[in-house]
Design a binder for this molecule. Structure first.
Ligand code: DAH
Length: 344
């Protein structure tokens, strides 16, 4: 009996040496001290032992049980200690390590300038309209007073998709779409930002794709003085409150009269410098009074309605405002370029 008990304890020790989890330990505990443990058999065997020997064996069994319980307890304590240690190790935070840098994106300069222009016009009560980039010849040209054989079509080299469809060469077709949509012929004040396309070879000042913002006002009394007031307001918001503007006569088929708009040079204040080619003025956009043919074709009676329109190149505004010297920089996505205009 003594041997058997020693053997049991040794056996437990070897098993304890290889357990890894609390679950393993619980299984061992059940095996050695549970209801169906080896001790039950030993207790049964006690009845075959002589009466003088009984107390001694009983004592031995109890001692062995206590020893086993103590070993299991200390193994449990050891396991728990190890568990805590490994958890501490795996969850350790080195507060001296440099943090991970978070790369946040920012808006492209073109988007920023579009939003700036939108904000100015929205403040004046305009709403923002958009139109498709793949446009019909009818809206891009014909209904803007540019019939098929009109020589002024050459002003805009076009990228045709089919005979009647092209990539819009300007945002002016959104004027036509908006007027037609407005079948009750109500007054309107809209701006239309968006991408436009020309059959141009890309170089420092040309891009086959660029961005425009169109503005259109139609009501019963909009006149050239209103256009001029609007242009002055917009130019001052974009280039500084001290700016002045001047209108030069020009030609666009969809406006009559048409003007080219210059802003006084924001670098030299109008005295003349390299920025403005010593003229004191910088051209910023085209504008004019909506041509009667455009109004009539879109269902607006030119005897009752009149309006003005303007179209500006967003890249041009961005180039002027931020001193960008190559239009291609907007489209080559060099992060060193883009990052210069973060959060502006
Ligand atoms: N659509 C013209 C262009 O792309 C720009 C323009 C000029 C728009 C005069 C207008 C305008 O609305 O009145 O060259």
């Amino acid at each position: 009996m003594e041997k058997k008990l020693k053997g049991l304890i040794q056996e437990l020790e070897t098993k304890l040496a290889s357990i890894e989890t609390v679950n393993d330990l619980n299984l061992l505990k059940a095996e050695y001290l549970g209801k169906k443990s080896v001790f039950n058999d030993l207790m049964k065997q006690l009845k075959d032992v002589s009466n003088e020997e009984k107390p001694r064996f009983g004592k031995l069994i109890n001692e062995a049980k206590q020893e086993i319980a103590a070993k299991l307890d200390s193994a449990r304590a050891e396991l728990e200690r190890k568990l805590v240690a490994s958890k501490l190790k795996s969850e350790a935070i080195d507060v001296t390590l440099p943090g991970k840098s978070v790369n946040t994106g920012s808006k492209h300069l073109i988007s920023q300038v579009i939003e700036e222009v939108e904000d100015i016009f929205i403040g004046l009560g305009y709403t923002v309209k958009e139109g498709p980039e793949v446009e019909s010849d009818k809206y891009n040209f014909e209904m803007l007073n540019l019939p098929k054989d009109h020589p002024a079509r050459d002003m805009q080299d076009s990228l045709y998709i089919s005979e009647e469809t092209l990539l819009r060469t300007h945002t002016s077709p959104v004027q036509v779409r908006s007027l037609l949509e407005n079948s009750n012929q109500e007054p309107m004040k809209i701006i239309c930002p968006g991408k436009v396309y020309r059959k141009d070879d890309d170089d420092q000042t040309h891009s086959h794709q660029f961005t425009q913002v169109e503005a259109l006002v139609v009501d019963e009394k909009a006149n050239l003085a209103d256009l001029k007031g609007t242009l002055l307001f917009v130019a001052q918001k974009l280039f500084g409150e001290e700016r002045e503007i001047r209108l030069r006569p020009s030609y666009f088929p969809f406006t009559e009269p048409s003007v080219e708009v210059d802003v006084s040079c924001y670098k030299c204040g109008g005295v003349g410098c390299s920025m403005c080619g010593n003229t004191g003025w910088i051209e910023i956009l085209g504008a004019g009074m909506v041509n009667n043919n455009v109004l009539r074709d879109a269902g607006y009676d030119p005897n009752r309605f009149q309006g003005f329109a303007l179209g500006m190149g967003v890249e041009r505004i961005a180039i002027l405002k931020h001193g960008v010297d190559d239009i291609r920089a907007f489209y080559t996505n060099d992060l060193r370029f883009n990052k210069q205009f973060r959060g502006k």
